[in-house]
Design a protein around this ligand. Structure first.
Ligand SMILES: *[C@@H]1O[C@H](CO)[C@@H](O)[C@H](O)[C@H]1NC(C)=O
Ligand SMILES: *[C@@H]1O[C@H](CO)[C@@H](O)[C@H](O)[C@H]1NC(C)=O
Ligand SMILES: *[C@@H]1O[C@H](CO)[C@@H](O)[C@H](O)[C@H]1NC(C)=O
Ligand SMILES: *[C@@H]1O[C@H](CO)[C@@H](O)[C@H](O)[C@H]1NC(C)=O
Ligand SMILES: *[C@@H]1O[C@H](CO)[C@@H](O)[C@H](O)[C@H]1NC(C)=O
Ligand SMILES: *[C@@H]1O[C@H](CO)[C@@H](O)[C@H](O)[C@H]1NC(C)=O
Ligand SMILES: *[C@@H]1O[C@H](CO)[C@@H](O)[C@H](O)[C@H]1NC(C)=O
Ligand SMILES: *[C@@H]1O[C@H](CO)[C@@H](O)[C@H](O)[C@H]1NC(C)=O
Ligand SMILES: *[C@@H]1O[C@H](CO)[C@@H](O)[C@H](O)[C@H]1NC(C)=O
Ligand SMILES: *[C@@H]1O[C@H](CO)[C@@H](O)[C@H](O)[C@H]1NC(C)=O
Ligand SMILES: *[C@@H]1O[C@H](CO)[C@@H](O)[C@H](O)[C@H]1NC(C)=O
Ligand SMILES: *[C@@H]1O[C@H](CO)[C@@H](O)[C@H](O)[C@H]1NC(C)=O
Length: 695
């Protein structure tokens, strides 16, 4: 493409938007660099937020938030306050949604539905409204899919977003298995169309000389489900862009954002430590955030932000090597979501020799380090050379935001400059035997804040000492406030609300504690997950019972407004209604609660829709024992399926081979191949054209 100036590019893009194509996944290289600096430096002493982020926040707190507070809690009298006394002193609130694949996206959606004032039953319950008074929203991995879907689809309500609205929203289409949407025969025509279009996207990107990796097909698969434009009817059509060419930096151009409806979004990704075995990512490895405006890290070891529009540009000491060779269009929304959910490296590093050989057999080559991370051309080369781990590198090796165990994206919310008062942690991590969270994410962020980030971030409030203590106090199984009783004014830490994924109150079988690698859900299953999560989010708990707490929605209002009290002079007393709430819902380290107060819960997952499986699904389940052998088995199957598309170009020759050798096509299905020891004597035909592209 000619190096047109940006405004002209934008015009061209919008004029031809309806003729989008999967190859729009390719970034534009050789773009004229702007004269303004592309990178800005931040430090503990000079922690400046992006000016456009500040402008968005300020406009919302002036013209949107006061009326939304009024709409949510009225004049405040129902919870014992006078809202008008808090005018100009309203708390700054954020919501962080954890990773955990489709489970996390659906858990986050269920919580969102329960706090969204646009949902009549949430509004009636009294929880609907928290979303509207929030200033920030963060997602990571599966939580970033929900985030991207919400913002790239113009901030619809949950039910339209997830199930489609029969008009411009196609829904998440979770009934179509992510890597093999038309069933497990990868040589089926529709699957082949799907792989062809994914290959076209990735070839187009690889053609620009920017390195691709497993994250790229993964990003494209995610796009089909979470981005605008794909529906049941056009899923296999090559005439639709399937999310290619939808950019994270274009979120501000959506009409909902322009009208200041949503909170300000942030997505988190980690970085692979240099040359290390990344089954374990240490806390000192760089953590990045991606906003609609910037990409970078507040970690003192780096402290730099790049203008997101120019992500993909390789900069040295903040300067482009060639002022006519900047890159735009790298910030594909699918790639941002794929980066935040890029966990292959961790699984590949923990593979056994047999798994590795099986993968090498499928791929026709060994996986190298660059293949299994999200490759971002390094815009920070040469910066912070004493402390920044990738200061010497051409590429940043980005990985899943949860791999350092901070599976809830809380870090950005504790940044001092953001000044958050009330932070909601929406956690559906897979920590315990039955796939429930045990607050490892909170413990890890707390530890990172008190060490690496102690000069740049607010501290975490007091929490139980370890996962065992979270479990024994039951604070990982019901809504809990942390940090209710600061010793200073202004408080030394924000108030944190923990909303962990937990079984239904009434002892009925849970449907929301599914495996992270479950990549297909029947619509009925999703409906039940959303309803169970909704019920829990509006239900609170009543100690020693299996019932919901009718006061909880007002208690949530008490928590949300609480920090306003410290902004008045003198400090406003906590109301007696809210004090009662806090006695029940706050974690008091001197008087910890007990998990025995949460009786009668059923922790064991039960498939709510066993008959809803398609034939392909039940085929898969029959083979599942063999495929999902060990703990890592699920990941092997997933990765194998993701790279299944690599076999696409081998289709014809494989067919010929099958005919000659009397083998059925299904014998070369990767899902089955992977469950056996690879047969070293069986070699795929050489397909040089497939190798030209760097995967
Ligand atoms: C700079 O990039 C342009 C393409 O935009 C290329 O034609 C030119 O050769 C490059 N200059 C250098 C010094 O690499
Ligand atoms: C602080 O950082 C901003 C950019 O992030 C920069 O414009 C400003 O000059 C810096 N201020 C100081 C005192 O270094
Ligand atoms: C989604 O795509 C349709 C056309 O396919 C377009 O009219 C609409 O504006 C898009 N929505 C967003 C949020 O980009
Ligand atoms: C890649 O580049 C080559 C040569 O410039 C071109 O022939 C081919 O069509 C391109 N492929 C894609 C998918 O853009
Ligand atoms: C990124 O650069 C473009 C071109 O200079 C500018 O218009 C835009 O405001 C910049 N974005 C940010 C977040 O600074
Ligand atoms: C990485 O470490 C894990 C656990 O320590 C070990 O099982 C695995 O073999 C290691 N992988 C590599 C590639 O060294
Ligand atoms: C993978 O690596 C092993 C050992 O390093 C080597 O023996 C094998 O030939 C490689 N496989 C491929 C497909 O390159
Ligand atoms: C992280 O800490 C380890 C030791 O604990 C050290 O070897 C490593 O260099 C550190 N990495 C960074 C990026 O600071
Ligand atoms: C908590 O979760 C972590 C994994 O995130 C696990 O290693 C640990 O054993 C769990 N501990 C308890 C007490 O559940
Ligand atoms: C911050 O943490 C570091 C350890 O990472 C420690 O050496 C330092 O004393 C801490 N600073 C403060 C103010 O607590
Ligand atoms: C949610 O709660 C409502 C009202 O208590 C109840 O009728 C419904 O069955 C619950 N849904 C699920 C899936 O548990
Ligand atoms: C719950 O029951 C336990 C033991 O039966 C009792 O000690 C505790 O006080 C009860 N909690 C509440 C809040 O009633």
């Amino acid at each position: 493409m000619l190096p047109l100036p940006l405004p002209i590019l934008a015009l061209v893009a919008s004029a031809y938007a309806q003729f989008g194509n999967v190859s729009d996944y390719a970034p534009s290289v050789n773009v004229q660099c702007p004269t303004e600096p592309l990178v800005r430096l931040v430090s503990p002493q000079n922690q400046t937020l992006n000016a456009q982020e500040v402008a968005y926040l300020n406009s919302r707190s002036a013209s949107v938030l006061p009326s939304q507070w009024q709409a949510w809690i009225g004049d405040g009298s129902a919870i014992g306050y006078n809202l008008s006394a808090f005018s100009g002193k309203l708390p700054k609130i954020s919501i962080s949604v954890s990773g955990g694949g489709y489970r996390a996206a659906q858990y986050g959606a269920g919580v969102l539905e329960a706090i969204d004032a646009r949902n009549e039953s949430a509004k009636t319950a009294g929880t609907g409204g928290l979303l509207q008074v929030s200033s920030y929203w963060a997602g990571l991995s599966g939580g970033s899919w929900l985030t991207g879907s919400l913002y790239m689809n113009n901030w619809p309500n949950v039910s339209d977003l997830v199930f489609g609205n029969g008009k411009e929203l196609g829904g998440w289409l979770l009934n179509l298995e992510m890597p093999t949407p038309n069933g497990y025969n990868i040589f089926d025509d529709k699957n082949q169309n799907f792989y062809r279009d994914i290959i076209d996207s990735i070839s187009a990107k690889a053609n620009t000389t920017i390195s691709t990796s497993i994250t790229d097909p993964w990003a494209r698969m995610i796009s089909y489900h979470f981005l605008n434009g794909t529906n049941t009817d056009n899923f296999y059509s090559g005439d639709v862009e399937h999310g290619a060419g939808q950019f994270w930096s274009r979120i501000p151009a959506t009409s909902s954002f322009a009208q200041l409806f949503p909170p300000f979004p942030i997505v988190v990704a980690d970085s692979r430590p240099d040359g290390q075995n990344t089954t374990y990512t240490p806390l000192n490895s760089t953590v990045y955030e991606i906003t609609p405006y910037e990409f970078g890290s507040w970690d003192p070891s780096l402290g730099a932000m790049l203008n997101l529009t120019y992500a993909g540009t390789h900069l040295v000491n903040g300067q482009p090597a060639n002022s006519t060779a900047c890159v735009t269009g790298f910030d594909q929304a699918g790639f941002v979501m794929g980066t935040s959910a890029s966990l292959f490296n961790s699984y590949l590093d923990s593979f056994s020799g047999a798994d590795e050989r099986a993968l090498a057999y499928l791929l026709g080559r060994n996986i190298t380090e660059d293949d299994d991370v999200a490759n971002w051309p390094n815009p920070f080369q040469g910066l912070s050379s004493g402390t920044f781990q990738d200061s010497q590198h051409d590429y940043l090796p980005l990985i899943d935001g949860g791999l350092n165990l901070e599976n809830v994206p809380l870090g950005p919310m504790f940044l001092k400059a953001r000044g958050l008062d009330f932070i909601v942690a929406v956690d559906s991590s897979f920590d315990t035997d039955n796939t429930w969270p045990n607050a490892t994410a909170l413990l890890t962020t707390s530890q990172r804040l008190s060490t690496i980030l102690n000069s740049t971030h607010q501290p975490f409030p007091p929490i139980p000492a370890n996962a065992e203590a979270f479990v024994s106090t039951g604070t990982n199984r019901r809504p809990t406030f942390f940090g209710c009783d600061p010793t200073q004014s202004p408080p030394e830490w924000p108030l944190v609300l923990y909303l962990p994924n937990a079984p239904p109150l009434d002892g009925s079988a849970p449907a929301a504690n599914t495996n992270t690698f479950k990549l297909q859900y029947s619509q009925k299953h999703t409906v039940i997950i959303l309803e169970q999560v909704f019920n829990n989010t509006v239900g609170g708990f009543v100690p020693n019972t299996t019932g919901a707490d009718p006061n909880w929605p007002k208690c949530l209002q008490c928590g949300a407004i609480d920090r306003s009290r410290y902004k008045t002079s003198p400090v406003t007393q906590r109301s007696s209604f809210c004090q009662t709430c806090f006695t029940q819902y706050c974690y008091d380290p001197r008087n910890p609660p007990s998990q025995s107060e949460l009786p009668g819960r059923n922790f064991v997952y039960e498939d709510p829709d066993p008959k809803g499986l398609t034939k392909a699904e039940s085929d898969f389940q029959r083979h599942e024992g063999a495929i999902l052998g060990g703990a890592i088995g699920g990941a092997v199957a997933l990765i194998a399926a993701i790279i299944a598309f690599l076999l696409w170009r081998r289709h014809r020759k494989a067919k010929k081979y099958a005919a000659v050798h009397q083998r059925s096509e299904s014998d070369v299905l990767p899902l089955q191949g992977i469950s056996h020891q690879p047969d070293p004597s069986y070699s795929y035909p050489n397909m040089p054209e497939a190798r030209q592209v760097q995967y």
